[in-house]
Design a protein around this ligand. Structure first.
Ligand code: FES
Ligand code: FES
Length: 213
């Protein structure tokens, strides 16, 4: 009879065995790194038609292209900014069919036939949108990087409030939302400003809301 105790596994051996076992469980044997690379090198393309700032545009895009990259890299509309590219900062906010969205979090092919408005479509240097003019008047920016997204978001926020859509900060789900700072702050909370121009941004939005333009 063998009374010897089993040899203890060293920590290093234990870790190596664990990693090898986990890899074998996760990766089917027929998927090699080479095969993955080959697939990635052959993009699937698709035609995408968008109405961008009132102009009909058709693009032949890799289906993995985000709406943000379609606007910036394919249509050269660089007013829409890429901040985090992860849906966390709001710098890429554009208006699609009347609703604001983070363009970095959505694929362009998902919006075939949609109407997209970017900061370039809201106003021009000669004829500013009232929200653009209010941001300038109230000094609602410093470096300006977040500003296009802030302005697109603010324009959509006023539409939401006028349409009676409540927010998390609304006191009632059925009464019209009130045009107060806490309501605007809640609705604009997805747009981050590293320069901290928040109070001036709220003043700018409030002015446009009260002017009802
Ligand atoms: Fe899209 Fe930050 S770049 S949310
Ligand atoms: Fe600089 Fe907002 S103005 S990040």
């Amino acid at each position: 009879m063998d009374n010897r105790a089993p040899l203890p596994l060293s920590r290093r051996t234990f870790l190596i065995v664990g990693v090898v076992t986990a890899t074998a469980m996760v990766l089917p044997p027929f998927i090699s790194a080479k095969a993955c690379a080959a697939n990635a090198a052959q993009p699937i393309k698709s035609a995408v038609s968008l109405s961008v700032n009132g102009e009909q545009r058709t693009l032949d895009l890799d289906t993995r292209t985000t709406l943000l990259d379609a606007l910036r890299e394919h249509l050269q509309l660089t007013g829409t900014k890429k901040g985090c590219d992860h849906g966390q900062c709001g710098a890429c906010t554009v208006i699609v069919d009347g609703r604001r969205i983070n363009a970095c979090l959505t694929l362009a092919v998902m919006h075939d036939g949609a109407k997209v408005t970017t900061i370039e479509g809201l106003g021009t240097p000669e004829k500013l949108h009232p929200m653009q003019a209010a941001f300038i008047k109230h000094d609602g920016y410093q470096c300006g990087y977040c500003t296009p997204g802030q302005i697109c978001s603010a324009v959509a926020v006023l539409e939401e409030i006028r349409a009676g859509i409540p927010s998390h900060a609304s006191a009632s789900l059925t009464d019209s939302p009130r045009l107060i700072a806490s309501e605007l702050q809640e609705r604009m909370s997805g747009n981050i400003c590293r320069c901290g121009a928040y109070s001036n941004i709220i003043e700018a939005i409030t002015e446009v809301a009260e002017a009802n333009v």
